[in-house]
Structure formats: structure tokens, C-alpha cells
Design a protein around this ligand. Structure first.
Ligand code: NI
Length: 201
């Protein structure tokens, strides 16, 4: 199987697994991460095939989507060996995916992992970040905002706990540049949110 066929089969597998997912990690999130990762990979001269393959698979088996248990390594290996991808390539993809997640707290070491991580993080900020954070908050029955208790895990607090920190965590210059613009969009949104919350007209 050539590289294009592997990517096509992977895309089909991801569509089947994630289509209709409703917490913000749906098929189209993954498709955007693949496009963004490919864009960054070209700018940074990284290996495009490895980046695209890892980007397609980056949310497979994620603990958030599997009742708190991380099954990514076994699920990715199972899928890729089923389409006859060589063991060495499987090992490199599972290693990249294990370095991508924010919550696992790992550092992205390879260039490919840095790029997929940047692409995933870019999809968590800007307008896309806004819609996804409210969707995710809704799926967890989180309060929107609590002006008298800022320690509560509200959706607005999630901006401060995570989203507004992502700009400074980007690995590549290309992602850093895109993040600046998306970050500003969220700052503008929050300013407007507080203004409307206080009914300042
Ligand atoms: Ni993701």
C-alpha cells in the first residue's frame, strides 16, 4: 500500500469513528488539524506523510473520549497493522500521538509531534476554540460563568486555565504567528462578554 492509500484508509477509519461526535472532538476537528498540520509541515520542512498520518490519528483512544482510560497506543497499532503499515512506522506514529496531548503533560520532542500538537492547539483557540469550549462545557453540564466565585470550573474560567495560555506554548514560528491573531480574537470576545454581562450598553 502506498502512502496515499494509507492516508485515504486512515481518513475513512476516522470518519467512521468520529462522525457525529458531539463534545467538540468530531471528524471535522480532526480534518482541520490535518489541514493545519500539513500547512505548518510545509513551512517548517517536516515529513508531510508522518505529520498527516499522526494528525489523522491524534484523538484515537484519547482518555477524554474513552471514559478516562488512554487506549491510543493499542487502538492505533491495531488499525495500522490491519492495513499492513510496517511496525517501525506504527511505532513512530504512536510515539508522536503520545507526545501531543495537553493533559498528558508530555513535551513534544520530534518535529512531527511539535507540529501536530501546534495544529491541535490552534483548533482550540480563535473562533473555533470559542465554539468548541462552549460545546464541551455543555456536554459536561458546566456553568457558563460565576462572577462571585471565580474558582469554579466554569466555561469562562477554562479560557484562563487553558485557552489563553496556549499562545505561549506553540512550538513552531508558523503556529506562533497564527496563534497571535486567534488569541486576540478571544481577548476581544471576553471583553465584549463582560461588557454584555454587566449590561453596559
Ligand atoms: Ni484533537
Amino acid at each position: 500500500m502506498d502512502k496515499k492509500e494509507i492516508l485515504d484508509k486512515t481518513k475513512q477509519f476516522i470518519f467512521k469513528s468520529f462522525n457525529g461526535e458531539s463534545t467538540g472532538h468530531d471528524y471535522y476537528h480532526i480534518e482541520r488539524v490535518v489541514k493545519m498540520a500539513a500547512f505548518i509541515a510545509e513551512k517548517e520542512n517536516a515529513d508531510l506523510f508522518t505529520v498527516e498520518l499522526a494528525a489523522w490519528l491524534h484523538d484515537v483512544g484519547d482518555h477524554k473520549l474513552n471514559g478516562g482510560i488512554d487506549k491510543s497506543k493499542e487502538m492505533i497499532s491495531h488499525f495500522l497493522s490491519g492495513i499492513n503499515v510496517p511496525d517501525t512506522a506504527i511505532a513512530s506514529v504512536t510515539e508522536i500521538v503520545s507526545q501531543v496531548s495537553f493533559s498528558k503533560g508530555k513535551t513534544a520532542e520530534t518535529m512531527e509531534a511539535k507540529i501536530v500538537q501546534d495544529a491541535d492547539r490552534l483548533d482550540a483557540i480563535g473562533a473555533m476554540g470559542l465554539v468548541r469550549v462552549f460545546t464541551y462545557g455543555g456536554s459536561k453540564s458546566r456553568e457558563l460563568y460565576h462572577p462571585d466565585d471565580l474558582s469554579k470550573p466554569t466555561t469562562i474560567n477554562h479560557f484562563y486555565d487553558k485557552l489563553l495560555r496556549l499562545k505561549d506554548l506553540m512550538n513552531t514560528p508558523t503556529a506562533r504567528r497564527i496563534a497571535e491573531d486567534r488569541h486576540q480574537y478571544m481577548e476581544d470576545f471576553l471583553q465584549r462578554f463582560y461588557q454584555e454581562w454587566e449590561v453596559i450598553v
